[in-house]
Write a protein that binds this ligand. Sequence first.
Ligand SMILES: Nc1ncnc2c1ncn2[C@@H]1O[C@H](COP(=O)(O)OP(=O)(O)OP(=O)(O)O)[C@@H](O)[C@H]1O
Ligand SMILES: [Mg+2]
Ligand SMILES: [Zn+2]
Length: 272
Amino acid sequence: MKPMKEAQAENITMDFDMEVIDTYFCHGCNKEVQIIRMKHSFGPLKGKFFENIKGCDCDILDHIKKQQKESLRNKLINIFEKNSLLNDNLKNATFDNFDPTDFPSAFKAAKEYVDNFNINQPKNLIIQGSFGTGKSHLSVAIAKALTEKGYTSIFISTPKLLTKFKSTFNNSNIKEEDLIKILTSVDLCVFDDIGTEGITLNSEKAKWPSEKLFEIIDGRSGKFNIFTTNLTSTEFESTRDSQRIFSRMLDNAEIIIMNGNDRRKKHFLGGN
Ligand SMILES: Nc1ncnc2c1ncn2[C@@H]1O[C@H](COP(=O)(O)OP(=O)(O)OP(=O)(O)O)[C@@H](O)[C@H]1O
Ligand SMILES: [Mg+2]
Ligand SMILES: [Zn+2]
């Protein structure tokens, strides 16, 4: 125990009552820290002792870390918002505003997909079912929750994506390869409404969307993908093109079935 005056003799001379009562090495900031005992020199506690620490930068480092985390979070949200192709009615979809009454196990599985997300163990999710049952809502909720957890994600309406690809041919601002780069690099990609772009049609018109889609999904193998669809496995098996896309979708996939009442009709009929 050295009085402060002595301990810091070469630096500054302290006039008020303080002494170093202990020192320790802080592993948080890797610095030598002093515990100092000081006396209140004025106010109602005048003459009373209190302890303080000197030399620990943990608070500052914590603050910097929080700021870095916040800026990463904003960056990830930005990636999601800038690149996602989603309708207005799904923009606010979250787990919190999903009513799990009709689909408790789908809700549970979606939450578990987020909780068990391990970047080294990629897993696909296929959410199949009838119209308006909440397939897209749950997928948006998953993508947002993962963004909050620090992962990059995007939500793509598959038919809109293919339209966008076509438009890049006449639009020099967005290049096809930039789109592909984003699509192949994010941790999670939701391919919403897959099957409505005509991949199960045995026609010349379906050739191009099928090829494109296959190329993108194939490029994402080993990553996390969610597919929502109205098509059944029999329908996916109906053409060679949709078959090979379906085969990629099934890779390491969990399947959630959501068949039920159309929630959109419920709203239309005045329910809630
Ligand atoms: N369980 C739910 N709780 C709250 N809102 C829901 C629920 N299910 C669906 N919705 C809302 O109903 C609308 C339709 O749901 P959603 O788009 O997710 O259906 P979908 O299953 O993807 O339908 P489709 O097959 O036609 O694409 C959305 O606005 C969605 O937010
Ligand atoms: Mg949908
Ligand atoms: Zn420290």
